[in-house]
Design a protein. Structure first.
Length: 410
């Protein structure tokens, strides 16, 4: 029997283990246990949760495991935390074979190093191995499953969708994308019976997202301001237009620069701003508006060490860890320079939570579903990321042509 489960946080709201938001689809076949991403935390000890989040009511859940197989094969779509960080929380006895691009694997290891530096004791991770990289449209096998990776554009390089075939099932896993990838590979995308998508708004609906004018600029940067755009390996082209001041200098942090070096040449060409921007260091506190692409670990270091006042700083976070951390900071009583600085930035409206803004637009998702319905009368739809009314609006748009569900067996 083949079983497919969308481990969506809402499905576990009545258990003692409340997962983090993220993507994780489990496919169990007679020959393999397959994970499409592992961004949902099901069981982690208290200290681990405290490192990544601030919601103290979340329980460890070590006695309520969900992913219990001893060996998983994991397809990682890209290097955003909400798609891979659940791997850290699996049982140390679990063996995980990871199929991911080189950049995504690098980001995963950077996160592991950050966690290790923040924990008071050694964290025992599962047995994770990078067993395969990805090549566009090149099929490979995992047990009785046939996997075809498809390159898609996203706000981070090295992003993939996957077609998973087993028996009569053809499933498209495309949780996040910013292009019409189905037009480039029409034959591959035909006759998909199940699709997994994210359905998030273009801008995070949080109370400290700032809009400015018709262009919906995220911040109103001024001369002498330093803006950190935080997310691993981020594509600056996706955010640069959201700043009003055109008189700015753009920098890339050392770790993002190193990550870029891992990309093949044909992918580097898609991100010219990353390639051309100088590397940031502490001497680059600019007279103009400065925009810096960096990751979470560097953000922590910069706020603890850079000699720049909060009044002259903006942070735009598209990083799951930082966004979650910032949402938990309320009012006074913060200890540590990092938490105090984030709290003050929030109070001034200079912390912008753009975590949800990187997900594929709802318009593109609807176009994808319309295209898939050209070859089938009805398709199953699993939604990973979604707002409370996202699933309802999808049903309103497509009616009986789609079946919204979180689990099915064949």
């Amino acid at each position: 029997m083949l079983r497919v489960i969308n481990h969506r946080p809402r499905a576990y709201q009545n258990t003692l283990t409340t997962p983090f938001v993220g993507s994780c689809v489990e496919i169990n076949t007679p020959e393999a246990h397959l994970l499409c991403d592992a961004g949902v935390f099901f069981f982690a000890d208290r200290e681990f949760i405290n490192v990544l989040a601030s919601k103290k009511e979340w329980q460890p859940g070590i006695d309520y495991p969900v992913l219990t197989a001893g060996h998983y094969h994991c397809l990682l779509s890209h290097g955003h935390t909400d798609h891979y960080a659940g791997l850290f929380a699996l049982s140390p006895k679990t063996n995980i074979d990871v199929y991911a691009g080189d950049l995504t694997w690098r980001v995963f290891n950077d996160t592991a190093a950050l966690l290790a530096s923040k924990l008071k004791r050694k964290l025992v991770y599962p047995n994770v191995h990078h067993v395969g990289t990805l090549e566009h449209a090149r099929l490979f096998h995992i047990g009785d499953c046939r996997i075809t990776p498809i390159r898609v554009r996203h706000s981070i390089p090295d992003c993939w969708a996957f077609i998973v075939e087993c028996g009569n099932m053809r499933l498209l896993y495309a949780p996040e994308f910013m292009d019409r990838f189905w037009l480039k590979e029409p034959e591959l995308i035909r006759n998909i019976g199940t699709v997994v998508i994210g359905y998030m708004p273009d801008i995070a609906p949080d109370n400290y997202v700032k809009y400015s004018g018709k262009k919906k600029a995220l911040v109103r940067g001024e001369r002498g301001y330093l803006v950190f755009y935080v997310t691993p390996g981020e594509n600056l082209e996706s955010i640069e237009g959201c700043f009003q001041d055109s008189n700015r200098k753009t920098f890339v942090s050392p770790r993002v620069r190193n990550s870029l070096s891992l990309l093949p040449d044909h992918m580097k060409e898609e991100f010219p701003l990353l390639s051309e921007a100088p590397t940031f260091d502490e001497r680059h506190i600019p007279a103009e508006l400065g925009l810096v692409a960096c990751n979470y670990a560097e953000m922590v270091s910069y706020l603890e060490n850079l000699d720049i006042g909060v009044k002259a700083l903006y942070i735009v976070s598209n990083d799951f860890s930082l966004s979650t951390f910032a949402r938990g900071i309320k009012g006074e009583g913060q200890t540590g320079r990092f938490a105090k600085a984030i709290g003050e930035l929030k109070r001034r409206g200079q912390f912008v939570d753009a975590f949800q803004s990187a997900h594929g637009s709802q318009k593109l998702v609807r176009e994808l579903l319309t295209n898939l319905l050209c070859s089938r009368d009805r398709i199953r739809v699993m939604v990973t990321h979604a707002t409370s009314n996202g699933r309802t609006s999808l049903h309103d748009a497509f009616g009986e042509q789609i079946e919204l569900l979180d689990e099915f067996s064949v």
